[in-house]
Design a protein around this ligand. Structure first.
Ligand SMILES: *[C@@H]1O[C@H](CO)[C@@H](O)[C@H](O)[C@H]1NC(C)=O
Ligand SMILES: *[C@@H]1O[C@H](CO)[C@@H](O)[C@H](O)[C@H]1NC(C)=O
Ligand SMILES: *[C@@H]1O[C@H](CO)[C@@H](O)[C@H](O)[C@H]1NC(C)=O
Ligand SMILES: *[C@@H]1O[C@H](CO)[C@@H](O)[C@H](O)[C@H]1NC(C)=O
Length: 187
């Protein structure tokens, strides 16, 4: 009888610690699987970022092997799109650094809380210049299906982030915003 209770407790503890693993972030990040285009749909509310919309992130490699991340978004102050190109000088098991060619608020470190290479990621961006850490959620598809949205929300809550505090860069203008990453630069 006691044994059954103890076994039950062990099983429960195993389950709890298993559930917590998502909260420790990604520990085997793979840049090659991450390459391609992502729609960055959710971000934390911020006066500067609220002026942006329809954000994309495109990760690729140049023919000479250098890794590049392009950030592309609509900016309300110019009523048009902006592209920022960053070199990725360092990668490890948890994410990568961004070194934007123009000195920029986008310099810093991207650390993944969760990544499903075919569907979504949850990233924390430690911005060097702004000295702040902000959360972003990207999807392969700007209009993710219900299951993908729910799985991303679960990944957020596993990492102690409240989905309801995030804002969307997905206004109706994004449906007409045509982003075509420069494929000739890719391998
Ligand atoms: C690859 O080419 C880019 C663009 O010309 C350059 O900035 C970068 O330093 C090069 N990387 C290497 C490893 O030579
Ligand atoms: C953000 O990066 C700086 C170094 O650039 C580091 O000192 C700081 O601890 C980092 N913050 C977090 C929360 O990771
Ligand atoms: C983005 O907006 C479209 C409508 O413009 C909507 O159908 C879609 O669900 C939205 N996606 C997200 C992730 O909010
Ligand atoms: C794509 O990149 C190549 C090489 O840098 C450049 O010559 C070409 O003009 C670019 N095309 C577009 C549409 O930006």
């Amino acid at each position: 009888m006691h044994l059954i209770i103890i076994l039950g407790l062990i099983a429960k503890l195993a389950l709890v610690s298993g559930d917590c693993e998502g909260g420790n972030g990604v520990s085997n990040f793979d840049y090659n699987k991450f390459t391609g285009t992502w729609s960055v749909v959710y971000h934390e509310a911020d006066d500067g970022e609220d002026k942006l919309d329809c954000a994309y992130l495109s990760a690729y490699r140049l023919r000479n092997g250098s890794r590049i991340v392009s950030l592309y978004y609509y900016h309300d102050s110019i009523k048009g799109s902006v592209e920022r190109i960053a070199i990725v000088p360092h990668i490890d098991n948890t994410g990568f650094d961004l070194d934007v060619l123009d000195p920029s608020i986008w310099n810093g470190r991207v650390q993944f809380a969760a990544v499903d290479y075919k569907r979504f990621y949850v990233a924390k961006f430690n911005a060097t210049e702004l000295r702040s850490v902000r959360v972003y959620v990207g999807y392969r598809d700007r209009h993710p299906d219900e299951a993908t949205l729910n799985d991303a929300k679960k990944a957020l809550s596993d990492n102690g982030i409240d989905f309801d505090t995030l804002k969307s860069w997905n206004s109706s203008r994004c449906d007409h915003f045509n982003y075509k990453p420069n494929r000739s630069l890719e391998l």
